[in-house]
Design a binder for this molecule. Structure first.
Ligand code: AMP
Length: 195
């Protein structure tokens, strides 16, 4: 892996653990020699990620739609800032420039990005790992629900298992570095072979 993309809230959330996790993971990305790709904003946890990686001497690439430049406030100190025309272009460029994706606590923008990268991987459009850093149990209910999508045969277990869910940061990086994409088709027949 060369670059790792981080998805996270453009807000701070209301627990100090969220900012601490955003800072720690971005610092770790830089220390491990990876570039950080992210949404280009200086707001909330997004800004905290960029600041932490830059402070560690890391390379930070931001990708922001023109229409959000004022609202999300573009970060002025990045190594590179790409201004694009749409959210679709943003996600597409994030995918092209990154070798893996980590989602931290965030709102529906974060979830949209997590699911888009994961589904592209499931469809075989890329073979890059997606990881969820489950800080302070923030994603516990979502993880439970995702297990149900597999047990109710809407998602193959192999595709459920593609999403790395970790509370331990070092383990999260180890699993991303060792990741191998599954080689099974997406669709599940009616009599279900998913369980
Ligand atoms: P949030 O988690 O809602 O604070 O959003 C985090 C980031 O996701 C922000 O930079 C949002 O602009 C971005 N975002 C929101 N909606 C989308 C979307 N549909 N596609 C891609 N990024 C989005």
């Amino acid at each position: 892996m060369k670059n790792i993309c981080v998805f996270c809230g453009s807000s701070w959330g209301n627990r100090k653990e969220y900012e601490a996790a955003a800072t720690a993971i971005s610092r770790q990305i830089a220390r491990r020699g990876y570039g950080l790709v992210y949404g280009g904003s200086s707001a909330g946890l997004m800004g905290a990620c960029a600041d932490a990686a830059l402070a560690e001497g890391g390379k930070v690439i931001g990708i922001l739609p023109h229409s959000l430049k004022e609202k999300e406030i573009d970060h002025r100190g990045l190594t590179e800032l790409h201004l694009v025309d749409s959210m679709h272009e943003r996600k597409s460029l994030m995918e092209q420039l990154s070798d893996g994706f980590i989602s931290l606590p965030g709102g529906i923008g974060t979830m949209d990005e997590l699911f888009e990268m994961w589904t592209w991987g499931m469809l075989g459009w890329h073979d890059k790992p997606s990881a969820l850093f489950n800080v302070d149990g923030y994603y516990d209910d979502l993880v439970r629900f995702l297990d149900r999508t597999a047990s109710d045969a809407f998602l193959r277990q192999a595709h459920r298992d593609m999403l790395i869910v970790e509370t331990d940061m070092d383990r999260l990086f180890e699993r991303m570095e060792a990741y191998e994409a599954p080689k099974v088709g997406k669709w599940i027949p009616k009599d279900g072979d998913a369980i």
